[in-house]
Design a protein around this ligand. Structure first.
Ligand code: NAD
Ligand code: G6P
Ligand code: MN
Ligand code: MN
Length: 433
């Protein structure tokens, strides 16, 4: 009987995941879903857990939902483990987003100082989880969604001997859906050759029914009369000369690097007006959980799409299904590079289109990232590597080094000041420092 354990089970994304399991039950006959959380998440866990039970019941599926604070019990003999937890909860994210702004630096959950500190808080916990998995469910795959997903995958690959890890992000699937909408074709007909890192991923080629449409897409993206494009693909308003010569599709997170002052200004303005994203999400969550509590609700409510992780279930469950059924289809995931991208170390995590088999993802060899993007990708990889070492060693010096080499922070002095203030702000969740 197949058992899934989901750590951070009280997340508002859990109904997404459950919807994914329901939609693919034919291919993935799960018997038990164990939702694990911590005491602080008790209320969320119960609300979400009860909704999950109602959803499976409505779908007429004999899936048992277990709610627990006992992670070891949930991991015991699990077939797949998914992680979607947030160390320090949204209050910690709000600090990650607010503190850097005081220094004129972007505050964001996965980039710059916020990404560094989310990583420092998360990595020790993920390393505990994989060590428990080696003991309690050594054959299980870990599908990690917890951010910063690239740095977290890097930490598992380089600082443990656990190999059955896949990092997952919904950005690539979102890019495919954006292209499908732009070209007005079904999502299933679109394929993108993805390569790069988590939140630093590029579409190197774009296909519809196997035929490249990259030139057409770039033309549409750069046509000044095509207002349709801007409406359809959010955050992709690039200078035509830039995008034509880059000749690849950037992801929305590239705005932080290729439009640094503009996105910083926007982030500051919205923090002022409506609060940082964490603060907005805190309000959104309140509303969502009110909906979830309704005993008559037995589907994933459409309002969940207002969260950035939309379509996560599709990404997570199609990945698990493909591993389980040894499908050999192509999906973009975070996995060990193993030479897929020539200019990235072999043992590092990359986010690339991969063939998904029962033995996990086999990354498709890209050759290399185009020269225009290569330097930035390498720089962010260096940041992720040093940041994950800082997390494992509790190294203050490496935390300052990581932030100094991060392109969003322009000086060592500034990096040190930000690290100092953030270490203090997050000290309850940073036992190694
Ligand atoms: P959330 O704040 O709702 O946290 C999820 C749950 O984790 C909460 O119920 C919380 O109590 C629990 N939790 C906290 N610490 C825990 C621990 N040590 N062990 C077990 N549970 C713990 O978060 P969310 O907004 O639902 O996001 C969850 C995670 O998913 C975050 O890390 C977020 O960054 C990530 N995320 C990733 C992507 C992606 O593309 N990879 C997209 C969206 C969200
Ligand atoms: C995107 C990203 C996630 C990110 C999320 C934030 O989908 O892929 O990695 O964390 O959005 O969403 P939120 O609703 O929490 O701001
Ligand atoms: Mn992501
Ligand atoms: Mn720098």
């Amino acid at each position: 009987p197949m058992k899934i354990a989901t750590i951070g089970g009280g997340s508002s994304y859990t109904p997404e995941l459950v919807e994914g399991f329901i939609n693919r039950y034919d291919e993935l006959p799960i018997k038990e879903l164990w939702l694990v959380d911590i005491e602080e998440g008790k209320e969320k866990l119960e609300t979400v857990g009860n909704l999950a039970k109602r959803m499976f019941k409505k779908a007429n599926l004999p899936v048992e939902v277990h709610l627990t604070f006992d992670r070891r019990k949930a991991l015991k003999d699990a077939d797949f483990v998914t992680t979607q937890f947030r160390v320090g909860l949204l209050d910690a994210r709000a600090k990650d987003e607010r503190i850097p702004l005081k220094y004129g630096v972007l505050g964001q959950e996965t980039n710059g100082p916020g990404g560094l500190f989310k990583g420092l808080r998360t990595i020790p916990v993920i390393l505990e989880i994989v060590s428990e998995m080696q003991e309690l469910c050594p054959d299980a795959w870990l599908v990690n969604f917890t951010n910063p997903a690239g740095m977290v995958t890097e930490a598992v690959l380089r600082h443990s001997d656990f190999r059955k890890v896949v990092g997952l992000c919904n950005v690539p699937i979102g890019m495919e859906m954006g292209i499908a909408k732009l070209l007005d074709v079904e999502h299933s007909r679109v394929r993108i050759d993805f390569a790069g890192l988590n939140h630093m991923i590029y579409g190197l080629d774009i296909y519809v029914d196997g035929e490249s449409v990259k030139d057409e897409v770039i033309e549409l993206m750069t046509d000044p009369d095509n207002t349709n494009f801007v409406k359809n693909i959010e955050g992709q308003e690039w200078e035509p000369a830039f995008i034509r010569s880059l000749n690849a599709l950037p992801c929305p997170y590239h705005n932080y690097y290729y439009k640094r002052p503009e996105t910083l200004k926007k982030t500051m303005e919205s923090a002022e007006k409506e609060g940082t994203r964490a603060e907005v999400v805190q309000r959104l969550e309140k509303d969502l959980f009110e909906l979830y509590k309704d005993e008559n609700l037995n589907i994933r409510p459409p309002q969940l799409q207002e969260r950035g992780g939309a379509y996560y279930s599709d990404a997570a469950v199609r990945l698990i299904t493909s591993i389980y059924n040894d499908k050999g289809d192509i999906q973009p995931v975070n996995t060990m590079n193993n030479g897929a991208i020539a200019s990235i170390p072999n043992d590092s995590a990359v986010e690339v289109s991969s063939i998904i088999t029962k033995d996990g993802p086999k990354p498709i060899t890209v050759g290399d990232i185009p020269i225009a993007a290569r330097g930035l990708v390498q720089q962010i990889k260096s940041f992720e590597r040093i940041a994950s070492e800082a997390a494992v060693e509790g190294s203050y010096d490496k935390a300052v080094l990581a932030l100094t080499i991060n392109p969003l922070v322009s000086s060592d002095v500034l990096a040190k000041q930000i690290v100092d203030e953030m270490l203090e702000a997050h000290k309850d969740y940073l036992p190694k420092f």
